[in-house]
Design a protein around this ligand. Structure first.
Ligand SMILES: [Fe+2]
Ligand SMILES: [Fe+2]
Length: 150
């Protein structure tokens, strides 16, 4: 970053904290969904899936509308990583749709398999996002250190 922009950085940091805390909430929603699928009770599984889908959708919107543009604004070199993350959101959205259709057919094993696979990819996706955000934090601290040395 060539110039220090405190307003932009503060907004970015707020955004990043929200992203991390939403990742933890999504983990909980995923846990509920997993248990509901294990119990093989259709209504509970449908409710848990709806809840997970709403959480995921709100989270992706936050990232696509606010977080990614803010990261990009501060660090244009992250563009390709951000594009890849946004493309993965589309894949997760269609996975969740597929889960709904498997559930409506009563294909429990298909649901288990898809959810296992989705959970693994989602954990990797979140890990990459959090590393990107940690790099932001590091960058900001370095920038502040440089300012104090002036
Ligand atoms: Fe994401
Ligand atoms: Fe995320």
């Amino acid at each position: 970053m060539n110039e220090y922009r405190p307003g932009l950085e503060r907004r970015l940091q707020r955004n990043l904290r929200r992203v991390s805390s939403q990742h933890r909430q999504l983990d909980e929603m995923y846990g509920h969904l997993l248990r509901a699928l294990d119990d093989r009770v259709t209504k509970r599984a449908e409710d848990a899936l709806r809840h997970f889908e709403e959480g995921l959708s709100a989270h992706f919107s936050l990232e696509e509308k606010h977080t990614f543009p803010a990261v990009h604004g501060a660090h244009p070199t992250c563009e390709s990583a951000l594009i890849a993350l946004a493309q993965e959101h589309s894949v997760f959205r269609s996975d969740v749709e597929r889960l709904g259709s498997l559930l409506s057919k009563g294909d429990w094993l298909g649901c288990d398999q898809l959810l296992d696979e989705l959970a693994l990819r989602l954990a990797q996706h979140e890990g990459r996002e959090e590393r990107l955000l940690e790099e932001e934090e590091e960058e900001k601290k370095k920038e502040e250190g440089r300012l104090e040395d002036r």
